[in-house]
Design a binder for this molecule. Structure first.
Ligand code: AFP
Length: 359
């Protein structure tokens, strides 16, 4: 299809032509696009829109809610609840799934989303995003929480919007990963990045290094080797980036390769990572795999994790396939006790990670 001319609506209709999801899924994704345009308009107004700052409330994660977190959540609900395409919705900003108003027809899909990812950056004008995931409901009537708890391999669509210098949407319906840029003059998303492919190798890694002492040894080993550069085992120098908006770090990786890590850490042993499985890790993992990359917990594919709760967290390592395979090997060697370099007391002292926290 014509790069620079194909609208997102035409692209979805063509991609889904003949599939069992055909028109309904395209229609739902177009409703999501309408919500994204509304959120893009609010974020672009910044302080002039009165949307900045916090509400003084906390979400189910115990995180301070920004005004735009709630306004973005409302935009997603209002755009998608009335079209007869979803049976229910779940979000980072809502403790329980959203029950449609009784006057609205229930549809075949479940929509799960993080309405404004990276919102701690919104007040400092750094790129933020919206992440969404679509599952089939496959039942009659309103969904229970259990109906949402499906592994990521069952997603029928996933994507994100990034509100940056330009507003883009990147999505997949299981036939590759494709990028669209918002043409504000005509108010439409235009296909600009068809068939995105992540290079298998990279020299750029993204992780919040202030947590280093809390990481498991295989992650410490991997990052230590990157930092050692030419003088170390990798024999080449690495660069690092950390935007603290997952969507922005992931978008960079889709554009030029790289690896993003938010591993399990011992900072709060009750949390197996910071990122949420259902509406951050799973949709992004689907996007990454469809672009030829890999997405792992360190000990297995993210998309095969069986969810046990709506807001559960999971360790996340994703991006250039050869780097993820190396990280998974380091985790296997650590778990089996083979990783001699990390049996040394040096790393035990540096790491607050004790064996009893080993998964
Ligand atoms: P917020 O939405 O609270 O800003 O969190 C963003 C995020 O979930 C993800 O987008 C970032 O990659 C990660 O947290 C940043 O976490 P740190 O602030 O611990 O670096």
């Amino acid at each position: 299809m014509q790069q620079g001319r194909t609208t997102i609506s035409k692209f979805l209709i063509e991609q889904l032509r003949g599939s069992e999801d055909q028109s309904d899924l395209a229609a739902l994704l177009i409703d999501v696009t309408a919500a994204v345009k509304a959120i893009a308009s609010m974020t672009a107004k910044g302080a002039l829109g009165g949307f900045l700052g916090s509400l003084g409330t906390e979400n189910v994660q115990g995180e301070t809610q920004k005004k735009l977190d709630v306004l973005s959540n409302d935009a997603m609900i209002q755009a998608c609840e009335w079209g007869g395409l979803v049976a229910g919705m779940a979000s980072e900003e809502m403790d329980d799934p959203y029950m449609l108003a009784k006057e609205f027809e229930r549809g075949p899909y479940l929509l799960v989303f993080d309405p404004l990812d990276g919102s701690s950056n919104i007040d400092v004008n750094v790129s933020v995003g919206t992440i969404f995931s679509v599952l089939r409901h496959g039942k009659i009537g309103d969904p229970t929480v259990a109906d949402y708890l499906r592994p990521g391999v069952e997603q029928v669509a996933a994507g994100y919007a990034i509100y940056g210098p330009s507003t883009m949407m990147v999505l997949t319906v299981g036939k590759g990963t494709h990028g669209f840029t918002l043409d504000r003059e005509i108010g439409n998303f235009i296909l600009t990045h068809p068939d995105l492919q992540i290079p298998a190798d990279t020299a750029e890694y993204a992780i919040n290094s202030s947590n280093e002492r809390f990481w498991e040894p295989p992650v410490q080993r991997y990052v230590a080797e990157c930092k050692a550069g030419k003088t170390g085992d990798r024999g080449r120098d690495f660069n690092t980036r950390w935007i603290a908006s997952m969507v922005a770090d992931v978008h960079r990786i889709l554009m030029r390769g790289g690896i993003f890590m938010y591993p399990k850490d011992a900072k709060d042993p009750s949390k197996p990572g910071r990122l949420r499985l259902m509406y951050e890790a799973n949709p992004i993992a689907f996007i990454i795999e469809q672009a030829g990359g890999a997405a792992s917990t360190g000990r297995g594919r993210i998309l095969t994790v069986q969810p046990t709760s709506l807001h559960q967290r999971v360790p996340v390592m994703l991006g250039s396939r050869n780097e993820i395979e190396r990280l998974e090997r380091y985790h296997r060697e650590y778990d089996s006790g083979e990783d001699k370099p990390f049996a040394s007391p040096l790393f035990k002292d540096r790491s607050l990670y004790s064996d009893d926290l080993r998964a």
